[in-house]
Design a protein around this ligand. Structure first.
Ligand SMILES: *Cc1c(COP(=O)(O)O)cnc(C)c1O
Length: 393
């Protein structure tokens, strides 16, 4: 159980729960109850039902013939882009809202950067008839208008965070403050494998359905559950955690994480945490972070809003530290070119986050017989403006 969280909430030297004293009761309530709830048969039944009939799972594992010819390997795409709302994030928000109900909560809060997690949260709150508030940096609200309106249509109140840079970090601070002030009736849905313990473990478990399905689907495709490679992009790390989860102890399966290099890891405009980060504390856990000499968080940059996060979660920090996962990075241009290439080869326009994972195919020394699974975390509809602005197609 080398890669599982320990009893204190750590993955190796990363993780823990570094929270203000006033948040302690909320996080402790969650920690004491999450495993018994999510492992109960009654929870599993409702979770599985909704994943199947509401989200549309299992998502296909599609053999990408023309992409395979290009990269000279057997490449499969795990089609998380076909999930309801267009990405993997809904797997986690369904899990957390079912948990919140069982904890007796009536209200939900969340933070969002680009708005994808906000939309996934607003969606499940509408589904369950729960009141929802999403905090979003004011700058992000201006940049991501369609997602703001989606949340509003779904009945969610979107509150602008006007402190700091008015982006994700500031929205998270506001959400934490709200939670401190409303501890008994409110659950905070975090959108990735980040935050204080037990969030990273809980979110990884909800997303682990991805690798569970990959294993079953590969048995059907090739008679054995193991690929040679699993590739996923890493923002906070939730789609990657889900795609790796059931392969973590199978060391012969190469796991690859793809970070956003932005304009390049040597420019000051990047989000490649494993290349640039040092150990530090952000959003309640100890992990790798991009920070200045004196520990101030550096504002990350990527063309892809979902990878524009200054850290990676504690599980991924540990997987990097132990060498279990090979981390590579892809620049804005490499990702955009890969997104266009996938569109032309397979008729699938990927989210720009997912295009980073596709870009890694050219960076690995693949062999003809290698079975490679690329986790296609989301679809490109939300990124149309960015594709248009980039323009080279
Ligand atoms: C949010 C998002 C990501 C990044 O988040 P992770 O927690 O690293 O998975 C990746 N892809 C898509 C499509 C997203 O919406």
């Amino acid at each position: 159980m080398k890669y599982q969280v320990d009893a204190n909430g750590y993955y190796g030297k990363f993780g823990g729960a570094f929270i203000p004293e006033m948040l302690y009761p909320n996080v402790e309530e969650l920690r004491m109850n999450y495993l018994s709830i999510i492992e109960s048969p009654e929870f599993k039944k409702e979770f599985d039902y909704l994943l199947k009939n509401y989200v549309g799972r299992p998502t296909p594992l599609y053999f990408a013939k023309r992409l395979s010819e290009k990269h000279k390997a057997k490449i499969y795409l795990k089609r998380e882009d076909l999930c309801h709302t267009g990405a993997h994030k809904i797997n986690n928000t369904i899990g957390q809202i079912l948990l919140a109900k069982r904890l007796g909560k009536q209200k939900i809060i969340a933070e969002t950067g680009a708005g994808q997690h906000g939309v996934a949260t607003a969606t499940v709150c509408a589904l369950m008839g729960m009141e929802c508030i999403v905090y979003m940096g004011k700058l992000d609200m201006d940049r991501q208008r369609p997602n703001v309106e989606r949340m509003r249509i779904l009945g969610t109140k979107v509150i602008p965070a006007t402190s700091g840079n008015m982006t994700l970090k500031d929205a998270t601070n506001e959400a934490m403050r709200h939670w401190i002030n409303h501890p008994t009736d409110t659950h905070y849905i975090i959108g990735s494998v980040v935050g204080p313990h037990p969030y990273p473990d809980m979110v990884a478990k909800f997303q682990s359905v991805i690798s569970e399905e990959i294993k079953n689907q590969l048995i059907g495709e090739q008679g054995n559950p193991f690929p040679d490679y699993v590739i996923a992009c890493v923002g906070g790390g939730s789609n990657a955690a889900g795609a790796y989860y059931h392969f973590l102890n199978d060391e012969h399966v190469n796991l690859v994480g793809v970070e956003a290099a932005g304009k390049g890891v040597d420019t000051n405009e990047s989000a490649a945490t494993t290349a640039l980060g040092k150990i530090g504390i952000l959003h309640g856990s100890k992990s790798l972070l991009m920070q200045t000499e004196d520990g101030q968080v550096i504002e990350p940059y990527s063309i892809s809003a979902g990878l524009d996060y200054p850290g990676i979660g504690p599980l991924h920090s540990h997987l990097f530290d132990t060498g279990r996962v090979q981390f590579v990075s892809a620049t804005d241009d490499e990702a955009m070119e890969s997104g266009i290439a996938l569109s032309r080869l397979e008729g699938i326009i990927p989210a720009i986050e997912s295009a980073h994972a596709v870009a890694a195919l050219a960076k690995l020394n693949l062999e003809q017989d290698d079975v490679v699974v690329v986790n296609l975390s989301g679809r490109g509809d939300k990124d149309l403006e960015t594709y248009i602005r980039w323009g080279k197609y």
